[in-house]
Design a binder for this molecule. Structure first.
Ligand SMILES: O=C(O)CCC(=O)C(=O)O
Length: 257
């Protein structure tokens, strides 16, 4: 991470890394995502939450090695560590696909309704673009600096779904990854095109907080056995504190992530 990127993440609340995924890997992710949508049908995303106007998949760390490989990419984790400190873990791994002609913009929100606590920031999302994000197709808007305000949009805005005077639209190319301090106010926008707008959300939290998706329960035991020590650490598979915090599903509360 260079100084400019660090400053952007600290001050604006997000930074984009271009071309993290090459075209074949992006295409393979899209194929796997579409296979899962087809297999899961109307149930897709229901383990976490459904969202009108969008297709969602949940728990995809349990649904393919291709997703787990993205969790441990050092060139992205360096940013996550910058936001959360050295003691972080995967919280959840989902896919969101804004439907063609989806005219339901998300309200501005902080992920999981989370405010920073005494120790500071405790969530960080990474948004992996599986399609180009354009001004037309439902790119994410972000209110720069709002991660530092210690307030939730629903508590201070008359209408969190309305455009915010300071919001920036985060556009990019398929294969880019946007690292977001999602204490900051953000949300998906309208998709005015005839195509799906797909993204994967690899969501991290500090290790003293519950996971949104308790990986130890979700990932099949035979798959867990074959995972590297690094991935086991990232997924908190051998972490008694995480067992205590996450086994009840407490981390699933709050707003959309
Ligand atoms: O548009 C996206 O992929 C991100 C939307 C978002 O902020 C969320 O689902 O919490």
């Amino acid at each position: 991470m260079n100084d400019g990127q660090r400053r952007q993440l600290d001050e604006l609340g997000f930074v984009k890394r271009e071309a993290v995924l090459d075209a074949p890997r992006t295409a393979a992710l899209v194929d796997t995502v579409e296979e899962l949508f087809a297999a899961e049908g109307l149930q897709a995303g229901s383990e976490f939450r459904l969202e009108p106007g969008s297709r969602r998949l949940a728990n995809v760390a349990a649904k393919g090695e291709i997703f787990r490989q993205c969790v441990e990419m050092p060139e992205i984790l360096v940013y996550v560590e910058h936001v959360l400190g050295a003691e972080y873990k995967l919280s959840s791994l989902n896919v969101r696909s804004a439907n063609p002609h989806n005219h339901l913009p998300q309200p501005l929100h902080a992920d999981a309704g989370a405010l920073p606590d005494k120790r500071g920031y405790w969530i960080c999302n990474t948004v992996w673009l599986l399609d180009d994000f354009t001004e037309e197709n439902g790119a994410i808007r972000f209110v720069p600096g709002s991660h530092q305000w210690g307030k939730l949009p629903q508590d201070v805005l008359a209408d969190p779904a309305a455009p915010h005077p300071d919001e920036i639209l985060v556009t990019g190319k398929a294969g880019d990854v946007v690292i977001m301090n999602t204490h900051g106010w953000h949300g998906g926008t309208e998709n005015r095109t005839g195509s799906h707008r797909r993204a994967m959300h690899i969501f991290f939290c500090r290790r003293d907080k519950p996971q949104q998706q308790y990986q130890k329960r979700l990932i099949p035991a035979e798959v867990q056995q074959g995972l590297s020590p690094r991935l086991r650490w990232l997924l908190a598979l051998d972490d008694p504190l995480n067992d205590q915090l996450s086994a009840t599903g407490a981390g699933a509360s709050g707003f959309l992530k």
